[in-house]
Design a protein. Structure first.
Length: 204
């Protein structure tokens, strides 16, 4: 009964219950030793703290290859048009970005070669894993991307897919391809950073 009272009270602390005269174990018919504090304290925490949207805890799918093969000069967050089975597969982390890229076609930003696994329970309503998908950006952002693509060697590479406020998002990078010596330099720098972190760990 006390737990129900605490959950419905929407107040900030047990002290306030005492102050308001509501928290009285004798009146409620329970002794303080029998109270389930862990249960109603979690209720109080839910009352004070904003509840995070569970959708934002979905897996983040990263394109690790992109950072190795390209210099990323700018990033932009895009919406993405998906069907229901694609959304469910993404929530399970079943997608690959390694071979994907984006192009502007007839003033529309299109994602190519992004593999989203079929959803097991979709049956006949399943999607094609490699179908083209429309990306959503503002017109001014689309114009900026068009200007960036005029530079030789520049392309649009997906960097990550994730959920934000319950909606699927794609992080798109304005990328410039690395030469072979650039890739070797990247590997060398990563190894140096790894050695530095290892040395700092041993010092502790």
């Amino acid at each position: 009964m006390i737990e129900r009272l605490l959950c419905s009270a929407r107040i900030e602390s047990v002290a306030q219950l005492v102050e308001h005269g509501t928290f009285n174990a004798r009146v409620l018919g329970s002794s303080p030793s029998r109270l389930n504090f862990s249960s109603f304290s979690s209720c109080l925490a839910g009352s004070i703290m904003p509840r995070d949207d569970a959708a934002n805890f979905s897996p983040r799918i990263n394109n690790r290859r992109a950072m190795h093969d390209y210099f990323i000069e700018a990033k932009i967050e895009c919406g993405i048009v998906l069907v229901g089975s694609e959304v469910k597969s993404l929530r399970l982390g079943r997608a690959q970005l390694q071979e994907s890229f984006a192009r502007i076609e007839r003033n529309v930003l299109i994602l190519h070669n992004c593999h989203i696994d079929p959803y097991d329970k979709a049956n006949l309503l399943n999607h094609l894993p490699l179908r083209e998908r429309k990306l959503l950006v503002h017109k001014r952002e689309l114009r900026r991307l068009e200007d960036a693509l005029k530079q030789p060697g520049t392309t649009l590479i997906p960097l990550a897919m994730y959920f934000k406020d319950g909606r699927a998002k794609l992080e798109l990078g304005v990328a410039r391809g690395k030469q072979q010596h650039d890739k070797r330099e990247t590997i060398k720098r990563k190894e140096q950073d790894r050695e530095l972190r290892r040395a700092m760990t041993h010092r502790r």
